[in-house]
Design a protein around this ligand. Structure first.
Ligand code: CA
Length: 240
C-alpha cells in the first residue's frame, strides 16, 4: 500500500485530506509541525508528500529544500499546498524542489488526481535495496509487501517497520528503546511493553510459514537470527 504523508498544521484540512486519501485506498500519516517533518519523512518513507507552505517553526519551502538535500528521501514527490497563488511564489516553490503545486482552496478530486499522477511518476525512490531477503523472508520495500516461503503476510505498518529494522541488520540486538524511537518516532509516547506486543504479532505472522527467527534477548531487546536459541520461547507463553 502506498503511504501519503500530509504535512499541514491546519487540523480540519489535514483531516479532510486524510479522509479522502484513505477512501482512495492510501495509507496516510500526518505531521502538524515543521520541526518534526523531515525526521518523519525519513522514518516513514512516504510515496508522496503533501506539504503546506505556511507551517509553524519551519516553512514548507525550507522543508522542501531539506528533503531534496538528503539522498535517502530526495526523490519522493512533493506537492506543495498553499494559499499563495501568485506566480512568483509558484516559481519559488518549484525552485525549492516541489514537483507540483496546488493553491488553496483546491478541489479534492483534483488534488486526488495529482497525488495519483505524482505517485505514478515517482521513480519509486532510490532506496538502496528495494528488496531485502533474509533466508525465506522477502521484504519488498517499494511495494510494502512481505513474503515468507512465497506466502504474502498481512503485516500492519508498525510490524512492517519493525521487521525492516531487524532484517536490515541480522544478528544485531535492538533494545526496546531503540525500536520505539525509530519505529514509533521520538515524539510519541508509548510504553516499551508496546514493542513486545507488536513483536508478538509479527512473530505470529512470520511463524505461519517457517521457523521462529526473531530472537528475544532477555532484558535487552530483539534481533532476527537464523540461529535461534533453544530458550527462545520465553516470549510465547504470555498473552495479553
Ligand atoms: Ca498552514
Amino acid at each position: 500500500m502506498s503511504l501519503v504523508m500530509i504535512i499541514e498544521d491546519e487540523e480540519p484540512l489535514a483531516m479532510l485530506l486524510r479522509y479522502n486519501l484513505e477512501k482512495e485506498g492510501f495509507e496516510v500519516a500526518t505531521v502538524a509541525n515543521g520541526l518534526n517533518a523531515v525526521s518523519e519523512v525519513e522514518r516513514l518513507m512516504p510515496s508522496v508528500i503533501l506539504l503546506d507552505w505556511m507551517l509553524p517553526e519551519v516553512s514548507g519551502i525550507e522543508i522542501c529544500k531539506m528533503i531534496r538535500s538528503k539522498p535517502d528521501i530526495k526523490n519522493i514527490p512533493i506537492i506543495m499546498l498553499t494559499a499563495k497563488g501568485q506566480e512568483e511564489d509558484k516559481v519559488r516553490g518549484l525552485g525549492a524542489g516541489a514537483d507540483d503545486y496546488v493553491t488553496k482552496p483546491f478541489s479534492v478530486p483534483e488534488l486526488m488526481a495529482r497525488v495519483k499522477t505524482n505517485m505514478r511518476r515517482a521513480p519509486l525512490f532510490e532506496e538502496k535495496e528495494k528488496v531485502i531477503v533474509f533466508d525465506d523472508i522477502t521484504m519488498d520495500l517499494s511495494e510494502r509487501k512481505v513474503f515468507r516461503n512465497g506466502h504474502l503476510l498481512h503485516l500492519s505498518p508498525t510490524e512492517f517497520r519493525l521487521l525492516k529494522m531487524l532484517i536490515k541488520e541480522p544478528g544485531k540486538v535492538f533494545s526496546r528503546e531503540v525500536l520505539l524511537k525509530s519505529v514509533w518516532g521520538e515524539n510519541i509516547f508509548v510504553e516499551s511493553r508496546t514493542v513486545d506486543v507488536h513483536i508478538r504479532r509479527l512473530r505470529k505472522s512470520l511463524n505461519q510459514y517457517g521457523p521462529d527467527y526473531i530472537r528475544t534477548v532477555r532484558a535487552n531487546g530483539y534481533s532476527i537470527d537464523k540461529n535461534t536459541l533453544p530458550d527462545n520461547d520465553d516470549e510465547k507463553e504470555d498473552e495479553i
